[in-house]
Design a binder for this molecule. Structure first.
Ligand SMILES: [Zn+2]
Ligand SMILES: [Zn+2]
Ligand SMILES: [Zn+2]
Length: 256
């Protein structure tokens, strides 16, 4: 399994507009973070997690040619506002693309993107063709088991996802014990950790490191990172097995 982190930034992205801090002015490209998404290739199946505002640019940069399945973590703008750009993949693949998320996310998406789901054919066909469906339990897609991981993100419930020895969990301030149980025996965890200070809807670094102690993955990559974290400065102070993700990072995960 190959996982590519297409974007690793918080909702503002980094550099933050109008900010002159050290991270935002850095020339280290690892400090330039587009909004979060990931692309997973497993058994020749290509899975996209989230369609952030820079999705088109991420797809160009990483030369994405195929998307067989889209998994949505939740409906916040920084995770879905590149949704319309899926339509180019309909053309490339000559087919409808399935999209899955939580029941709450699916209802939001139907409202936010009503023109996509209203059943009316537009002249010129200028909208994506998607099969949007909610999941509440394990999804098996082309023999790949995908497990949604329920998480609490302020007032809403969001999903992380586990595929084999890999899991992707971002945008939450609380992980229920029942979800921690779903993340045993992981090789690679991609974990949303926002900044040093506490935040009402995200983990800060201290909370993230505490959670890693409970889950005990072999390796953790942090994502959904604000400009608080300067890549080079922070990476040297993290515990063994915990690293900072960056846009374009490729992670090999063994298949069990
Ligand atoms: Zn977010
Ligand atoms: Zn800044
Ligand atoms: Zn969010």
């Amino acid at each position: 399994m190959l996982v590519t982190l297409l974007g690793t930034g918080t909702s503002h992205g980094v550099p933050v507009l109008g900010c002159n801090c050290k991270t935002c002015c850095s020339t280290d490209r690892r400090n330039h973070r587009n909004r979060c998404s990931a692309y997973i290739t497993v058994n020749n199946v290509h899975i996209l997690i989230d369609t952030p505002p820079e999705f088109r640019l991420q797809a160009l940069k990483n030369k994405l040619k195929q998307i067989d399945l889209v998994l949505l973590t939740h409906q916040h703008s920084d995770h879905v506002c590149g949704f319309d750009d899926l339509r180019r993949f309909n053309e490339l693949q000559q087919g409808i693309i399935p999209v899955y998320g939580s029941p709450e996310t699916v209802i939001y998406m139907q409202n936010m993107f009503a023109y996509i789901f209203n059943g009316i054919e537009e002249p010129g066909g200028g909208k994506p063709h998607l099969h949007l469906e909610s999941i509440t339990d394990k999804l098996t897609f082309k023999e790949i088991d995908i497990l949604p991981i329920p998480l609490v993100h302020g007032n809403i419930q969001v999903y992380g996802y586990r595929i084999g020895k890999f899991a992707y969990v971002t945008d939450f301030n609380l992980m229920p014990e029942s979800s921690i149980d779903l993340l045993k025996d992981l090789d690679v965890l991609v974990l949303g950790v926002l900044r040093f200070r506490p935040h009402p809807t995200h983990l800060n670094l201290e909370q993230g490191l505490d959670l890693i102690q409970k889950i005990k993955p072999q390796q953790t990559w942090l994502t959904h990172i604000s400009h608080d974290f300067n890549h080079e400065e922070l990476e040297t102070s993290l515990p063994e097995g915990v690293r900072i993700g960056y846009d374009g990072l490729r992670i090999e995960v063994r298949e069990q």
